[in-house]
Design a protein around this ligand. Structure first.
Ligand code: ZN
Length: 315
């Protein structure tokens, strides 16, 4: 009993020295959306455009309950928070942006590529060339804002099949109401570059710069294209929309998605490219795998494992 006053004094002292019983407000944001790796002498920066919730149970061409089970096994549910990624490659000779995110075309959770380019240490005026995997809004929307070029010095490259298809007024006119927005988004994004003579389509497999080439992977869209960067025997392949849902399409690469213009051709392209990538051990960059969307594909039975890149401090 005689110790009681001492305990009481200690209790008061302890309470007084505890600095913050009141909760700090949640910070509520993530790290800036860029992630950098080296590829030989090339510097590769993955850029987050943000994320968007998508109903993959309705979008994938397989029964909804099968999709939901696969997502649940991967600790995901529907709608699923999906990444939208773009990539910036500094070859030393050129600064090349591959895809541009959605800009203002796909809702308020996307459109962060420009801010993340700046956060990563570059300015939009420095970008020399922009290569588009295809002309869907989440890949082209970042090109223009209010009909002005966001990248005033950049030449925009894309496969002629995609520019012919998505920039056609006749195709827009005959498109069903719910897909007219795809055409309008492509037109609003690319027309300012065409007017400035900054749009230069190519046809099929093309060498675009030293160590950089375009390879046709048609199907997701009529001109869908992947881009390969090579430096000092290291290879990176930016595969665009050859895959959307890791939880489903890695184990079951045969599952296609409603966004595919031609699902059969899209599947054939995925099969061909993924087999080559896993055989060669190339680094892969994907537009919709979880940010930064960089990793390797390894064959696992009839499907693949995805091995995300290890963190590097770039010393
Ligand atoms: Zn996409």
């Amino acid at each position: 009993m005689k110790f009681t006053p001492l305990f009481a004094a200690l209790a008061i002292a302890t309470a007084a020295s505890t600095p913050a019983f009141a909760a700090a407000p949640l910070a509520g944001t993530n790290a800036p959306g860029f992630y950098r790796v080296m590829l030989g002498d090339f510097e590769v920066t993955a850029l987050s455009d943000g994320t968007v919730d998508l109903p993959f149970d309705k979008l994938l061409h397989e029964p909804a309950d099968v999709t939901k089970k696969a997502l649940a096994r991967n600790y995901q549910s529907v709608p699923t928070e999906a990444s939208v990624n773009a990539f910036l490659v500094n070859t030393g000779a050129k600064l090349i942006l591959v895809d541009t995110g959605a800009g203002g075309l796909f809702g308020p959770t996307l459109g962060k590529v420009l801010a993340n380019i700046k956060a990563s240490g570059y300015q939009p005026e420095q970008i020399d060339e922009i290569y588009l995997t295809h002309l869907h809004p989440d890949h082209v929307g970042g090109l223009a804002a209010n009909s002005q070029l966001v990248f005033p010095n950049a030449v925009v490259r894309a496969d002629q099949r995609d520019t012919d298809f998505w920039l056609s007024q006749a195709n827009l006119d005959k498109a069903p109401a719910d897909s007219k927005g795809f055409f309008q988004g492509a037109m609003a994004s690319l027309t300012p570059y065409a007017a400035a003579q900054h749009l230069k389509p190519f046809s099929g497999d093309t060498e675009l710069a030293p160590g950089v080439r375009a390879t046709s992977s048609y199907g997701h869209t009529p001109g869908h294209t992947i881009y390969t960067f090579e430096s000092k025997a290291k290879k990176l392949v930016l595969v665009g929309d050859l895959i959307h849902v890791a939880a489903v399409q890695l184990a079951h690469p045969e599952v296609t998605i409603g966004f595919d213009s031609d699902p059969k051709a899209a599947l054939a392209s995925r099969t061909k490219v993924f087999q080559a990538l896993s055989r060669e051990g190339a680094l892969v960059g994907a537009a919709h795998l979880s940010f930064p969307g960089l990793g390797h594909l390894r064959v696992d039975g009839k499907g693949y494992d995805w091995l995300p890149v290890s963190y590097s401090q770039l010393r």
